[in-house]
Design a binder for this molecule. Structure first.
Ligand SMILES: *[C@@H]1O[C@H](CO)[C@@H](O)[C@H](O)[C@H]1NC(C)=O
Ligand SMILES: *[C@@H]1O[C@H](CO)[C@@H](O)[C@H](O)[C@H]1NC(C)=O
Ligand SMILES: *[C@@H]1O[C@H](CO)[C@@H](O)[C@H](O)[C@H]1NC(C)=O
Ligand SMILES: *[C@@H]1O[C@H](CO)[C@@H](O)[C@H](O)[C@H]1NC(C)=O
Ligand SMILES: *[C@@H]1O[C@H](CO)[C@@H](O)[C@H](O)[C@H]1NC(C)=O
Ligand SMILES: *[C@@H]1O[C@H](CO)[C@@H](O)[C@H](O)[C@H]1NC(C)=O
Ligand SMILES: *[C@@H]1O[C@H](CO)[C@@H](O)[C@H](O)[C@H]1NC(C)=O
Length: 770
């Protein structure tokens, strides 16, 4: 069981976990109508704590955050956890934000919103019992004797019904899973569909999603109709249904795109294991033989002698493939070990565990970032968490998967900081459909690394409701993730240097700016040529945004990440398609190796969701991007929050021997007038101004399409409807470009905005613009 956390992945000196940050101000806030919600009305927010619960649990709860109450009076601490959760309820979801982020209530409630904490307790009403299976010398082939083995052992199923009664999250997720399972029940079995380069990955993930839901509902009801429906799905995917499914040789599960094979193997493994007690001996042998023929035996050849190159991912450290492939094979093998008389399952476990330790775990860089992109993080961490959680429950150890890369625990922080008030800083490719990929891996990591803030963050997200969460969530978690969460974080690993800066964690109308540098190679060909790229959220809107993936089926879209790759001829992947400087209307150098500098006054949000940025609060980040360009003698870009995080300055200092173009993509309606531009989104306005404009500098707009003079990509680009490019166009020369962004916050008059002094990037400091 998790114990109260006192360490922080945010680094030493980090204010997270201090009881009082000194920056906390609480006052009643104006709350506008969220612009992230356009459709749907949030369900009632049950914030009624104040008098009712606050008086009762307030002081006790506060001390439980330091561990005191839990050691003195575990039952009292546990019962306060339960009452606070039930009184607060679950936050509604912003249905129009791309990632349907939660809408936090605008309230000051120190009783509920305390430091993230796991309450230790022996109280079965609010926390899991400990696992009776604790082998002294764990081995991946020495498994617990009871079923299920994968993720959800019998002792957890036994405890679950009572925990559901006492936890609004578990209650709601349980109901959602039942609803989802009922919906899938009435659908026809998954139809075979080979989708170009994406293969049958959607098929495999659909089947896995259904199997998880059906098996969950069976175990919660004992109604065998769910078992029968699961078997229909498995028979169909084995090619034994009423319609064909794939080739009639051992490539049925498309091993050439091994993710498909691995996800199908995972689905069969979960079905075999969770429904073990109800399958007939014949069904068991059918599920097992199908899984060995189309999955595990191909896994053995992929990981050993591999004439077909199906296992190209076996020495790949660049992201999700190694995690998903080893994960699926591991789930399948753990499910049948002991019943399998061919030796395949034990052979697989001898291969996948060391292979994932040498590759998958390194997809997290030294600062917690995911090697590919923020969206691919979902797939990779889901694969890693499923594999690791299954090994822990089945064999009693993570076998290094959580410890080999000591930076792994920071990846939940990567996910939290890459999210703005309405959506991700979604650089690069976005990946396939997320049918079974969620962010729930961070609930598992929260428990394993004792980082309760991850658990608190994720439990309110729209993708929290699925069978894994029912077992990864610890109902003994309490507090608010934002209590003590620093507003800024800088990610410094050379692969993806990037900055995340905000004015609040809990107001969807707040300000968020994120900018990146990093290397243009080494991201599994999922990145863009985008050093200097940024996103900007304010007033409930995204003002500067990403264009996302191109069409994955476009020829040579994934060919490689060398300078001449066709990938870099597609607008959304070109430097032209990013919010950065374009030199000579040409792509950036793929061999970029920027250096960065940054600082922050270091505020953290306090207990209240109502947060006012204190006077003097500053953060900035600068990058020397010279190596990312051709025809450039020197180029640095900086981004800075001004006026207590209400305004933003982006400053470029460049000497170029070819044309220079400042570009920003926006969904806003743009009006330009010389050195000013006015951006309109819904009823909100932002003005943008070039300060100290160099001669000839003014704003204009362009369409988000390639220049006629650009090399032609193999097939036409996807259109970018509604997107305008705000541009400053200059000939070769030496320039300082200072672009000031002023979101028109309500209640702020023009004299409340500041005009910063002109300070060279090299002289930026926390006080340089006072
Ligand atoms: C889970 O949800 C289903 C459907 O809403 C409900 O019938 C069942 O009672 C719930 N289980 C528990 C333990 O509450
Ligand atoms: C599961 O049910 C919820 C609640 O009805 C719904 O919002 C969600 O889209 C469903 N998920 C899937 C994958 O069908
Ligand atoms: C299902 O069956 C198991 C084993 O017989 C039993 O322990 C459990 O209480 C039953 N669950 C329900 C919801 O009937
Ligand atoms: C499908 O049919 C084949 C051939 O009869 C059999 O070997 C296999 O076990 C069956 N699998 C399932 C899941 O029905
Ligand atoms: C993986 O191994 C292959 C063949 O041995 C080699 O060509 C390739 O460079 C290796 N890739 C990495 C990322 O080490
Ligand atoms: C436009 O809005 C969509 C939907 O919110 C978002 O995904 C996209 O990134 C935005 N585009 C730009 C250029 O801001
Ligand atoms: C990279 O891909 C392009 C096509 O997009 C191809 O012409 C080139 O030969 C490839 N380079 C390498 C090193 O594979």
């Amino acid at each position: 069981m998790a114990t109260p956390a006192r360490s922080s992945p945010y680094g030493s000196g980090d204010p997270y976990y201090t009881e009082s940050t000194g920056f906390l101000t609480s006052q009643s806030a104006k709350k506008g109508v969220s612009n992230w919600i356009k459709i749907g009305v949030p369900v009632a927010i049950l914030v009624i704590i104040g008098a009712v619960v606050g008086g009762v649990v307030g002081s006790r709860h506060h001390s439980s955050a330091s561990g005191a109450a839990s050691s003195q009076n575990p039952a009292a601490a546990a019962s306060s956890v339960a009452s606070v959760k039930n009184a607060v309820g679950i936050y509604p979801t912003g249905t129009n934000s791309q990632y349907m982020l939660p809408l936090y209530p605008s309230t000051t409630n120190t009783a509920a919103f305390t430091s993230p904490t796991f309450v230790e307790s022996n109280n079965a009403a609010v926390s899991w019992p400990s696992d009776p299976f604790q082998p002294a010398n764990p081995s991946p082939t020495n498994l617990r004797t009871d079923r299920p083995r994968l993720i959800a052992p019998a002792y957890k199923w036994a405890a679950l019904p009572q925990l559901i009664q006492n936890d609004p999250y578990l209650k709601s997720w349980n109901a959602t899973i039942f609803g989802n399972a009922t919906e899938y029940y009435n659908l026809p079995v998954v139809q075979y569909f080979m989708d170009g380069d994406s293969g049958i990955l959607d098929n495999a993930r659909y089947i896995k999603q259904r199997v998880k839901a059906f098996a969950y509902v069976y175990r919660m009801t004992n109604d065998t109709k769910w078992v029968d429906r699961t078997f229909q799905e498995l028979q169909n995917a084995a090619g034994n249904g009423s319609q064909p499914f794939g080739p009639s040789d051992n490539t049925k599960w498309n091993p050439a795109h091994f993710l498909d094979t691995a996800e199908m193997t995972a689905a069969f493994g979960i079905a075999y294991d969770w429904l073990y007690d109800v399958w007939t001996p014949e069904q068991k042998s059918q599920i097992m033989s199908t899984m060995i023929t189309y999955g595990l035996s191909l896994g053995v050849s992929a990981l050993t002698n591999d004439p077909n190159y199906w296992g190209w991912w076996k020495n790949n450290t660049q992201g999700n493939w190694n995690c998903v492939c080893n994960g699926g094979l591991t789930l399948g093998a753990l499910a049948i070990l002991g019943d399998d008389t061919t030796g395949t399952a034990s052979q697989i476990l001898g291969l996948t565990v060391p292979n994932a330790n040498a590759n998958c775990v390194d997809a997290v860089t030294t600062d917690g970032s995911w090697t590919e992109t923020p969206n691919y993080w979902y797939f990779g961490t889901t694969g890693h968490a499923e594999m690791t959680s299954s090994l822990i429950t089945a064999a009693g150890s993570d076998f290094g998967l959580l410890k080999t890369n000591t930076n792994f625990q920071q990846t939940g922080m990567f996910h939290m900081y890459v999210n703005g008030p309405g959506t991700l800083f979604d650089w690069g490719d976005h990946g396939p459909n997320k049918y079974t990929a969620t962010a729930n891996s961070i609930m598992f990591y929260a428990d394993q690394f004792t980082l309760p803030q991850y658990m608190l963050y994720q439990r309110d997200q729209h993708d929290a409701a699925e069978p894994w969460s029912m077992f990864w969530y610890d109902p003994g978690v309490t507090g608010a993730f934002w209590d003590g969460a620093p507003l800024d974080h800088f990610f410094d690993d050379g692969l993806d240097q990037w900055a995340s800066m905000r004015s609040t964690w809990t107001d969807e109308n707040g300000l968020f700016v994120a900018m990146k540098a990093g290397k243009n190679q080494g991201h599994q060909t999922h990145n863009d040529l985008d050093c200097g790229d940024f996103v900007f959220d304010a007033l409930g809107h995204r003002w500067a945004g990403e264009l996302g993936s191109g069409d994955y089926r476009s020829p040579n879209y994934f060919s490689n990440d060398t300078q001449t790759s066709d990938r870099w001829k597609y607008y959304r992947k070109m430097t032209e398609g990013q919010n950065t400087i374009l030199v000579n209307q040409a792509n950036q150098n793929v061999a970029s190796a920027p250096t960065v500098k940054h600082d922050t006054t270091g505020e953290a949000q306090g207990s209240s969701t109502v947060y006012t940025v204190p006077k003097g609060s500053v953060a900035y980040w600068t990058a020397d991007l010279s190596t990312a360009y051709f025809d450039v003698t020197s180029f640095s870009r900086g981004v800075r929050l001004l006026n207590n995080r209400k305004q933003v300055l982006i400053q470029d200092e460049i000497t170029a021997t070819a044309s220079v173009m400042w570009r920003m993509h926006t969904n806003a309606t743009v009006t330009t007038s010389g050195t000013s531009a006015t951006l309109q989104l819904g009823s909100e306005t932002m003005t943008v101004q070039i300060l100290n404009p160099p001669s000839g500098a003014s704003f204009s707009t362009m369409q988000a399409v390639r220049f006629a003079t650009d090399p032609t990509p193999p097939v036409p680009d996807q259109p970018n409807p509604g997107v305008t490019v705000l541009v400053i166009n200059l000939p070769a020369g030496t320039y300082t470009l200072e672009v000031l962004f002023n979101p028109q916050w309500s209640g702020m008059s023009s004299s409340d905005f500041v005009t910063p002094p002109n300070v060279p990037l090299a002289s930026w400091s926390l006080t340089s613009h006072n």
